[in-house]
Design a protein around this ligand. Sequence first.
Ligand SMILES: *Cc1c(COP(=O)(O)O)cnc(C)c1O
Length: 377
Amino acid sequence: MTSTLGLSQLGLVDLLPPSLQTIPEAVGKNMAIARARTGSRIMAVVKADGYGHGAITVAQAAISAGAEWLGTTDIEEASALRAAGLTVPILTWLNPSGFDAEAAATGRIDIAVGSLEELEALLKQTSPAAVRVHLHMDTGMARGGCPVHEWDALIARAWHGHQRGKVRVVGLMGHLPLADQAESEVNAPAISRMYQARKAIMEAGFGAPLTHLAATSGILTDPATHFGMVRLGAGLVGIDPSETTELHGASRLTAPIVHSATAKAGTPVGYGGTYITDTSTSLSVLPLGYADGIPREISSEASVEIHGRRYPVVGRVSMGQIVIDTGADSFPPGTTATVFGPQGGLTPTIYDWACWAGTIPHTIVTGLGPRVRRTII
Ligand SMILES: *Cc1c(COP(=O)(O)O)cnc(C)c1O
């Protein structure tokens, strides 16, 4: 390449890549809503890169708004938060690559232990200090956590590890199986299991563990599930699985139009020609496709917003692009289209996209590809 001319000097617009802008202020507002529903400590769950919004950005915003703990899936995610300078306690609950007891001890990263095997694997390792452990009770989900019949054995073994200075039991964890249901009766069995588990821990000689069961849905709908701490994940980024509370969308996905043209009536659009224009119309291309997180399964209602109007996505979603039909309006390349944004106005939301794709909003935000540039506004 010999040319040093920028695109704008060539008379073309500079085309920015698709961009996800995270809105920390919205995370703060969602924290405030959660804060108003519970007197318990709040753990900000920032797994899956903060539900696609940037784990560090979401964690910082949540801590500024009063979160006292962070939660991630594994030690590696937690270590990245430590490397970013975050000092609050962090809990991890699934470490498929094994327990790096040394990383946990030196990084002050807590580990949830939900079976005898997990505890043995931890006790086998050497670490410079006792590893902080939360015993994880299966509260009815059969997706991790110690089954009731193994609980006493787990506690006995933890006591042994405690006496040898290998582990410190600081917490008790459960997880609600009916996390998206707002009726409190459905949580009752899990709640009573937590009380039993807690009693057994204290009878074994441990101090009172920091007890936590509820995630977003429980936080917003059922105070009986709150115990000493609650774990707020989806709610931080504006997703309420219980669909009871209006939260604030915490991101905006935009992309520039890269190509525009008029098409005659009867023009097939995209792979397979699944859409055929019925009149002469303007078509525009956006540089986002299923590799970037636009679900290929979307219905014909899917649309984007440009200058305050909605335009439908037409034809099949390609790997790296979609076509929109802008009708009688034509837009020059470089015009910004908003794929989704916070609630309000005509901008589609992640809830709209989830509906168009037959999924939940979580998969929309966590599915964004690496080409989508992340920024903070
Ligand atoms: C993801 C997760 C949470 C947060 O759940 P949300 O419904 O997103 O708030 C809490 N606890 C555990 C164990 C999780 O895996």
